[in-house]
Design a protein around this ligand. Sequence first.
Ligand code: B12
Length: 221
Amino acid sequence: MTIAVLKMNAESYREDFLNSLLGAEYYGAKKILRSALKELSAEDVLLKVVTPALNLLGEKWAEKEIALTQLYVASRITEDAISKLLPLIREYPPLKYKAVIGTISGDYHALGKDVVIRFLRAAGVEVKDLGVSVEPEVFVEKAVEEKADLIFVSALMLHTALRIADIAKILRRKKLSVKLVVGGAPFNFDKNLHKKLGAHAMVRNALDGINIVKKLMEGNG
Ligand code: B12
């Protein structure tokens, strides 16, 4: 019963937030999130309100219902909202692992990566942010340099996601046991894409990012 009520709330806030993004209403968006935070956790506001609203807007852009400039303005409003929400994420039982993270070369979609970083750090994972548009060789070099247990790669476009196969190839060639975890829109569209690219796992959202660390490193999750 409680879950159903929560869902309804998240859904209605998502709709309101989406409408404020469509209207480029910076202050309106802020107000909606302030209200949402009175009823939902920061994690729920991030993962059930803000992220899906922006992704829905991406669908509207793909359907040519809105212009790229509108998407751009919406993503700036969302970026601001995310930066206010991230410090509110709760701490999780610590996982003493090291990871490097970045978006794959050619991909400048940074928001998902930044959210994942905050969640992982809240769970005690030591994360080195390699930034955006990182070459496959650099992911591996930095992972070795940092003695990382995991490489996290964000790819939001299909053609950039395909480059992740190069990271997997280098890891195999060098016989490195670093775990390769991927996430972003193309993996949500095609559930088997990560396997085809040679990644160990794909993750749908930042919270699952924590669970996958447990699963891959400790065999549970
Ligand atoms: C916002 C956005 C933009 C913004 C980016 C702003 C920024 N600073 O990042 C702007 C307007 C600049 C932009 C530009 C472009 N975009 Co764009 N964009 C989006 C949109 C709508 C939302 C992405 C986003 O930030 N979501 C919010 C974040 C918080 O969520 P997220 O990224 O999904 O991340 C969560 C999970 O996926 C997961 N996750 C993500 N990565 C990882 C990694 C790991 C390791 C883990 C564990 C988890 C994880 O955890 C995150 C938190 O829960 C998507 C739609 C979509 N469905 O993704 C399109 C989308 C990705 N864009 C698209 C396109 C085509 C473009 C452009 C080419 C448009 C153009 N013609 O210029 C350019 C490309 C720029 C480039 N070279 O990178 C297409 C890609 C389609 C494809 N080819 O595959 C999409 C899918 C839109 C669509 N439906 O067609 N974009």
